[in-house]
Design a protein around this ligand. Structure first.
Ligand SMILES: [Zn+2]
Length: 410
């Protein structure tokens, strides 16, 4: 798939006609604006003809799934891995500052100047990063495709519907079964995704949600449901074990759940006009009934909701990396009272950390550099391409950025 921008830089429908693209580039009627995903800009006036494209977003605290689909075809699929080092880095920073204050006595303790006390919209930096990353990843899709609608999964179950089962609407029309999928997800979450009889001793990873009283008499209320592993569940129904359940778990409060995802949803609503939300239990139901595998991009595809569309064979794998190592000096002094530098030079032989490069016809990233000019090259998932590749054989493809992107063919 080649993504196309018009003369003004607005995205048009992408194309599969590589011959045509090559021709346009050769004739000088288009120029390449981005290598990954491959995007060209037309240099002549065109009429914008676009079809409806829905962007499904599987929001997550570790990985985001993205899928942009028309009714017929998935146009873009991507998996974005978020940073998970922020909490640790901040605690190291705190420690360093404390040491400097105590040992060097040149810096007074800071107080009454905390962002937290001033700013109401404050989020913990690790959560702020997750929210910002969602916005950035989505904005990047808008740069290459004329998206008409976003659908985002905000939580795995709808707690309001469980608390007030009389709420009808869509759920009522789609029948009782869908309501059960919702309560089922809640029960799994309440029980911590653990068998409540053996507490994981059976090592069976398949979980079922068991009706304590039969469904006819006990119904689908959370109080009548309990999580069991398949082993225990089967044994119980064969009459071989008596369930040993600790007393009924109280209603676990779910209001704090998914703060990040709701935050993303609310921010997106301010930016994009056409956005709606869905729940994980609906995605899961759709995924299973349509026989679709369990990956983040597949979930995003299910969220987008065009089940007849042809799936994309290319997945863009993206990860966030920190821009810079902020600690300038090592904590301990060298002999003679010298401070040892903690940072490596910004550029070594013209290359930066995480530059995308070409080595032996393979696209990869600079994960480590030595002053001698031998680099550690890897794929984004960490697969080693070469541990000590000579800089002479490396060609720069793209300068580093905080969001690295790699094309993967399924
Ligand atoms: Zn069990």
């Amino acid at each position: 798939m080649v993504y196309i921008l018009n003369q003004e830089g607005k995205p048009l429908m992408p194309t599969n006609r590589h011959g045509k693209v090559k021709h346009l580039l050769r004739e000088g009627r288009a120029k390449v604006v981005k290598r990954t995903p491959f995007t060209i800009q037309l240099l002549y006036a065109t009429t914008d003809c676009v079809q409806p494209i829905v962007l499904g977003v599987d929001a997550g605290s570790k990985v985001i799934g993205l899928s942009a689909t028309t009714e017929k075809e998935e146009l873009f699929a991507s998996e974005v891995v978020l940073r998970n080092d922020i909490v640790e880095l901040l605690s190291i920073r705190r420690q360093n500052r404390r040491t400097r204050r105590n040992r060097l006595r040149y810096r007074k303790a800071r107080f009454l100047n905390r962002v937290k006390s001033k700013n109401k919209g404050w989020l913990a930096p690790s959560i702020q990063h997750k929210v910002d990353s969602h916005l950035k990843a989505i904005a990047n899709v808008y740069k290459i495709l004329p998206i008409s609608k976003i659908i985002i999964e905000t939580a795995s179950f709808d707690i309001q519907k469980i608390k007030n089962p009389q709420i009808s609407g869509v759920d009522y029309q789609q029948g009782e079964q869908e309501g059960f999928w919702n309560v089922r997800e809640y029960a799994l979450w309440r029980d911590g995704h653990e068998c409540q009889h053996c507490h994981g001793k059976s090592k069976d990873k398949f979980l079922n949600v068991h009706h304590k009283e039969s469904r006819k008499t006990g119904g689908d209320s959370p109080g009548n449901l309990v999580t069991l592993c398949e082993t225990c569940h089967t044994l119980h129904h064969k009459g071989k074990i008596e369930l040993n359940l600790t007393k009924n778990k109280s209603y676990r409060d779910a209001t704090f759940m998914g703060i990040m995802r709701w935050q993303v949803y609310n921010k997106l609503k301010e930016i994009y006009p056409n956005i709606s939300m869905t729940y994980g239990y609906i995605t899961k139901n759709n995924r299973i009934t349509n026989g679709i595998e369990k990956t983040h991009t597949a979930d995003a595809f299910c969220i987008a909701g065009s089940f007849k569309a042809k799936r994309s064979s290319v997945v863009y794998f993206q990860t966030f990396k920190r821009r810079h190592n902020r600690q300038i000096h090592k904590a301990n002094f060298l002999k003679g009272g010298k401070k040892k530098l903690n940072q490596s030079p910004y550029e070594v032989k013209g290359f930066r950390l995480f530059d995308k490069v070409l080595f032996q016809e393979k696209e990869c990233f600079v994960f480590g550099r030595r002053a001698t000019g031998y680099f550690d090259l890897r794929k984004l998932d960490g697969t080693v391409i070469h541990r000590s590749a000579s800089v002479k054989n490396i060609k720069l493809l793209e300068k580093k950025s905080t969001l690295l992107i790699e094309r993967q063919v399924a």
